[in-house]
Design a protein around this ligand. Structure first.
Ligand SMILES: [Zn+2]
Length: 77
């Protein structure tokens, strides 16, 4: 018993780019960090990866992301 039109019936799962364990059936904000928007499975990091071309860029982006996270954590207190 197999369905042939799987691409149409594919269940979309939305994931948080920062939290691998977050899997939701609907788009929205991550229930863990409350500020990252969930992205459909498969496209995770797709946009980010296309933007990052070199390891240095990746490092800078990671540093910026950490800085933003820390800033938000401090602000939320
Ligand atoms: Zn998250």
């Amino acid at each position: 018993m197999e369905t042939t039109n799987q691409s149409q019936n594919a269940v979309k799962v939305y994931l948080c780019p920062m939290h691998r364990e977050v899997r939701q059936p609907n788009p929205g904000k991550c229930p863990k960090c409350h500020w990252m928007y969930l992205v459909p499975e498969g496209t995770r990091f797709g946009m980010l990866r296309s933007m990052v071309k070199s390891p240095l860029q990746l490092f800078i982006m990671a540093a910026v992301m950490v800085a933003i996270t820390v800033a938000i954590m401090i602000t939320m207190r």
